[in-house]
Design a protein around this ligand. Structure first.
Ligand code: FPP
Length: 244
């Protein structure tokens, strides 16, 4: 069925607020097509565009995509440089259009190793999109869930020492608001492509009650229809958040 027809089947009252995606399988897609890994990543960018567009059409509030993890630095220098440049070049091309479509764009992750990689225009357009109230698109760059927690612990201990917060008042909500995703809802649904079924250090704190949806489809082949199918499947699940 065409994805526009599938969107009509979504029950707006049961719509997930936040979907997070582990986009996996670009390298295997390239192997299957007898081409270089970089071409798998290029196709991966096209899939990102397709899914962002579909998320806007479906009226999703938050979409987080895992673009570059703290572990990705272990790949060859050549692949790392290619990936970082590809991500920035794609954003340079798309960012004005995203902003014009009322998308609110943020990077989540550690800025530390990436100072030189960020393009100034991309950063300023992102900042100027923060009043947009359409889709909130989080691009996880140099993101690691444990690194995020460590960064939060450091900030919290500074704030305890300076007296800004009291140790006794630390609770779930306060911890959440020290994370890169501060003041955002936790992901209701986490999608991972390519047949791997693990979290790989993604949204470690935020995924405590998330539903998971795994597919064998490789990321460059992930379609609009499959994305909407994942939402429809989520709507059939009963979430208990620990109660009966
Ligand atoms: C996994 O494939 C994918 C990545 C490491 C990066 C994904 C990045 C993009 C698709 C770039 C676009 C992002 C934006 C926001 C423009 P893999 O290389 O791990 O595949 P494999 O496991 O098959 O080797």
């Amino acid at each position: 069925m065409d994805y526009k027809q599938l969107i009509k089947q979504i029950d707006k009252k049961q719509m997930p607020k936040h979907i997070a995606i582990i986009m996996d399988g670009n390298g295997r897609w390239a192997d299957e097509h007898n081409t270089k890994r970089v071409n798998g990543h290029k196709e991966g960018v096209k899939a990102v565009r397709r899914i962002v567009e579909t998320a806007v059409e479906a009226g999703l509030e938050y979409l987080t995509v895992y673009a570059f993890s703290t572990e990705n630095w272990r790949r060859s220098k050549q692949e790392v440089n290619y990936l970082l440049k590809l991500i920035m070049d794609s954003l340079i091309k798309e960012i004005d259009d995203l902003k014009a479509n009322n998308v609110n764009i943020k990077f989540i992750g550690s800025k530390e190793e990436l100072e030189k990689s960020y393009n100034k225009k991309v950063l300023s357009t992102c900042r100027s999109s923060w009043d947009n109230d359409g889709l909130h698109l989080n691009i996880a760059m140099n993101y690691g869930g444990r690194r995020e927690l460590i960064d939060a612990f450091k900030k919290m201990s500074d704030d305890i020492i300076s007296g800004k917060i009291k140790k006794e008042r630390i609770n779930d909500e306060m911890v959440s608001n020290y994370l890169y995703t501060a003041y955002m809802p936790d992901p209701d649904l986490i999608i991972r492509t390519s047949g791997e079924e693990r979290l790989s250090n993604f949204l470690v704190w935020q995924s405590a009650y998330s539903e998971f949806w795994f597919t064998k489809t490789l990321w460059p082949d992930f379609s609009r229809e499959e994305f909407i199918q994942a939402i429809l499947d989520f709507q059939d699940r009963k979430r208990r958040f620990g109660s009966r």
